[in-house]
Design a protein around this ligand. Structure first.
Ligand SMILES: [Zn+2]
Ligand SMILES: [Zn+2]
Length: 142
């Protein structure tokens, strides 16, 4: 799972993709029981367009993928393909610090929340984590 600093770095590279106002970093896997066991890398709740959820299985691509869901609300297939292509820019720039420094970037800064209504609502709705092990909630500083 990317760190908060990596999440800021990824999202700062895309002017067409607004960073999600709220990012939740889960400390435990989110699983779905299908015919097998499916692990989610991330989730973009349909009831909150400003929330992106990243699980321990999530990667740099997941951060962008969920932000694309938030921004454009496109289908899973299109979002998946777009994220796979667009994340190349981030990875290329990380390998080429000079180009990274010369490229204009969006200012993206998150602060860690120490408890709010959204934290408790989300925990109640979606995340059943043991007491004391709560997800990290990052709030975008505008
Ligand atoms: Zn998706
Ligand atoms: Zn919070």
């Amino acid at each position: 799972m990317p760190s908060p600093e990596e999440i800021e770095s990824i999202l700062s590279k895309y002017y067409v993709v607004s960073p999600p106002k709220h990012v939740f970093m889960l400390e435990r896997p989110a699983v779905a029981f299908t015919d097998g066991l499916a692990f989610f890398r991330g989730l973009a709740p349909s009831w909150r367009k400003d929330v992106a959820i990243i699980t321990p299985q999530g990667s740099d691509e997941t951060v962008l993928h969920e932000a694309l869901h938030n921004n454009f609300g496109l289908s899973e297939i299109i979002t998946d393909r777009a994220a796979k292509v667009l994340i190349m820019k981030h990875r290329f720039m990380e390998r080429h610090p000079l180009i990274k420094d010369l490229t204009p970037k969006r200012r993206v800064h998150y602060e860690l929340c120490h408890g709010c209504k959204l934290c408790s609502d989300l925990s109640a709705l979606l995340i059943r984590s043991p007491k004391g092990a709560s997800p990290q909630h990052l709030v975008l500083v505008e």
